[in-house]
Design a protein around this ligand. Structure first.
Ligand code: FE2
Ligand code: FE2
Length: 194
């Protein structure tokens, strides 16, 4: 598998296997494989992309009160929406954990993991690639994920990314209060790339 070509991939997979249910583990490896395969097309360093892909959901199975405690310990600012739904902190806590305890030093990887759920205005390239791959990785069964992969092949990274951002925002608007970071990300993407 492609992820095993990246330094430390085996170490990270072993760590994930201890803390994630099978389904999330398979998703994480699938994101890593996918993002590694499109790294050049997305304009990102392949090892950084694979690291972000592998580790982005490492707190996905962590209990709400533990996520809140970790966020407080790491001095991550907690928004009212996140206090209500602590699962929204899983990316931010993963970013801090990777930097503080796993020796992951790349700022791009940190930002990508931190913001992978909502995006943010000005998100860097690794972040854009992770945002895209988290939605479009081949184990996702939604038709929109297949469509995103098809658009990547036919139209390239940015048009495929815009498609994903539109689908995600539509979905969130229909179901929940939209996080201000998501709105800002979406507005910025439209302005920057449309
Ligand atoms: Fe996630
Ligand atoms: Fe994910």
């Amino acid at each position: 598998m492609l992820v095993h070509l990246a330094p430390r991939a085996d170490e990270f997979v072993a760590l994930l296997a201890k803390r994630l249910p099978e389904r999330t583990l398979r998703h994480s490896i699938s994101v890593a494989n996918f993002i590694g395969g499109i790294a050049e097309q997305a304009g990102v360093d392949r090892d950084d992309a694979i690291t972000a892909g592998l580790l982005h959901d490492m707190f996905k199975a962590t209990k709400a009160h533990e996520l809140l405690a970790a966020a407080e310990r790491y001095e991550i600012p907690i928004t009212p929406i996140q206090r209500e739904k602590p699962m929204l902190l899983h990316g931010a806590v993963a970013a801090e954990e990777a930097r503080r305890n796993l020796g992951v030093t790349s700022d791009g990887v940190y930002e990508a993991m931190f913001w992978h759920t909502t995006g943010r205005a000005g998100l860097g390239r690794v972040g854009l690639a992770l945002y895209f791959c988290d939605f479009a990785e081949p184990l996702r069964t939604m038709p929109e994920s297949a469509e995103a992969r098809a658009r990547l092949a036919s139209d390239g990274f940015i048009p495929a990314l815009l498609y994903v951002a539109e689908r995600k925002v539509e979905h969130v608007r229909a179901k929940y209060t939209v996080d201000p970071a998501t709105e800002a990300f979406f507005g910025w993407l439209q302005q920057e790339y449309r």
